[in-house]
Ligand binder design. Structure first.
Ligand SMILES: [Cu+2]
Length: 300
C-alpha cells in the first residue's frame, strides 16, 4: 500500500479534480489568448501581414509546462490506479456472479445473497465472473467499476467507511433487462453483519424456494404482486391457464408442476403470449427446482 492514500474514494476524486482543474485553467487561458490575438491583430489594425520569426523562451515555456502537467497526471493516475488494483491481504472475499439480469453474491461460508452485505471498515475483495454475457459491476459511491466476463475472473476491492445502503448498477449493456440489473451494497456494523452472516439457511422447501427465487435472480424479471414486468408475474402462477407459443404455434396450457419445471430448464420451449423470448437458462439442481416449485405453489 502506498503511503498517503487512505481510501479509493479520495484517491479517485483527487486525481479527477487535478485533471479537471488543469484542463479548465488551460481552456480558459487558451480561449482568452485566442480572443485577445483576434482583436489585437485584426486586419483593420494590421493591414499588412508581417513575418514573426519565433521566440525561443516562449516555445520552451509552452513545451515544458504541458509536459510536466501530463507527467503529473500520469503519476497520480498510476499511483492511485495501482492502489485500487491491489486488495489488502486481510480483505474479506466475496464471489460475484453477474447473470441476465441480476447479481449474485456468495460468501466464504457458502451463504448467498442478492444484495452485497458488508461490515463497516473491513476491506472487501470482490471476485467477479458472469454466467452468460459480459456485465459490469459499478458502485458509484465507492468509485469502483469492473467488467464481469464469462470464463474469466476479474477483481475489485473497496473499504466501506460509512453505514448505509449504496446503489449497484450494471454498466455494460446486456440485453432487455439491463436497466433492471440493480442491487445494493448494505454496509452494517460488524455486529449486525456477524448476525446476518451466521444466520442458517432457510428451512423447509417453501422458504428455501422463496430464497432461491431471490438469489437466482428470478425476481429481477418476475414479480410476486400480480404486476407484469419483463416476464409474467409469479402471483397465482400455479394452476393458471395461459396461452403459450410453442414452435411458432399458439396453444393453451395449465401451469402445472411439469410445465413450470420445463419453463425453468428450457425457457425457450414455451413462451407465454405477449412476452419476449428472452429468459436465460439459470443453473439449478433438481432439489433446488423442487423447492422453487413449492414456493411458486404458495404464491397465491
Ligand atoms: Cu448486465
Amino acid at each position: 500500500m502506498k503511503p498517503g492514500i487512505t481510501n479509493i474514494v479520495s484517491a479517485v476524486d483527487s486525481t479527477f479534480l487535478f485533471i479537471t482543474v488543469t484542463s479548465v485553467v488551460l481552456l480558459v487561458l487558451v480561449t482568452f489568448f485566442m480572443l485577445y490575438f483576434v482583436v489585437k491583430y485584426n486586419r483593420k489594425r494590421h493591414p499588412q501581414a508581417e513575418q514573426i520569426e519565433g521566440n525561443l523562451l516562449l516555445e520552451i515555456v509552452w513545451t515544458v509546462i504541458p509536459t510536466v502537467l501530463v507527467l503529473l497526471m500520469f503519476y497520480y493516475g498510476w499511483v492511485n490506479f495501482s492502489y485500487m488494483r491491489n486488495a489488502p491481504d486481510d480483505a474479506m472475499t466475496v464471489k460475484v456472479t453477474g447473470m441476465m439480469w441480476s447479481w449474485q453474491f456468495e460468501y466464504k461460508n457458502g451463504k448467498q445473497s442478492n444484495t452485497l452485505n458488508v461490515p463497516l471498515g473491513k476491506p472487501v475483495n470482490l471476485i467477479l465472473s458472469s454466467a452468460d454475457v459480459i456485465h459490469s459491476l459499478y458502485i458509484p459511491a465507492f468509485r469502483i467499476k469492473e467488467d464481469a466476463v464469462p470464463g474469466l475472473k476479474t477483481h475489485l476491492w473497496f473499504t466501506p467507511n460509512e453505514i448505509g445502503s449504496y446503489d449497484i448498477f450494471c454498466t455494460e449493456y446486456c440485453g432487455t433487462g439491463h436497466s433492471h440489473m440493480l442491487s445494493k451494497v448494505v454496509v452494517m456494523t460488524g455486529e449486525d453483519f456477524e448476525k446476518w452472516y451466521g444466520t442458517a439457511a432457510p428451512q423447509g422447501a417453501k422458504d428455501r424456494g422463496l430464497n432461491l427465487l431471490q438469489v437466482k435472480g428470478c425476481l429481477g424479471c418476475h414479480t410476486t404482486d400480480g404486476t407484469g414486468k419483463i416476464g409474467p408475474t409469479f402471483k397465482g402462477i400455479f394452476g393458471r391457464k395461459e396461452i403459450v407459443i410453442t414452435g411458432g404455434k399458439e396453444r393453451d396450457i395449465v401451469a402445472d408442476e411439469e410445465y413450470l419445471k420445463k419453463s425453468v430448464l428450457q425457457p425457450e420451449a414455451d413462451i407465454v403470449k405477449g412476452y419476449p423470448p428472452i429468459m436465460p437458462v439459470i443453473p439449478v439442481t433438481s432439489g433446488e427446482l423442487d423447492d422453487i416449485i413449492e414456493a411458486l405453489k404458495g404464491l397465491k
